[in-house]
Design a protein. Structure first.
Length: 99
């Protein structure tokens, strides 16, 4: 997420720091333990070390994750475009094809 500039993308779309943290939790949760927001909170709080790995300073709760999921969906096209651009830039540099 850091290499792709996820936090910068979120800030550019008007996400608060707390919303960016919740978005990171949701994304990792969906990849590793796909479930509802309520189950994701339980998993984050009781089973996983994701919060510590991401350096989270907020305690997750299901309504915050749900509201953040809605924000992610409302902005998914802009997020996808920016992530795609970042991926092209990263892989172009790896191949020596500097843009």
């Amino acid at each position: 997420m850091d290499k792709y500039g996820f936090d910068t993308i979120g800030k550019g779309l008007g996400f608060t720091g707390e919303q960016i943290t919740y978005a990171r939790m949701l994304i990792v949760g969906r990849m590793v333990h796909p479930a509802s927001e309520r189950e994701t909170v339980r998993w984050l709080s009781e089973t996983s070390g994701v919060g510590e790995l991401l350096g989270n300073r907020v305690k997750p709760y299901d309504m915050a994750l749900h509201r953040t999921a809605v924000l992610l969906w409302e902005n998914h096209e802009a997020i996808e475009q920016e992530l795609s651009k970042q991926a092209r830039d990263i892989f172009a540099q790896r191949n020596g094809d500097f843009i």
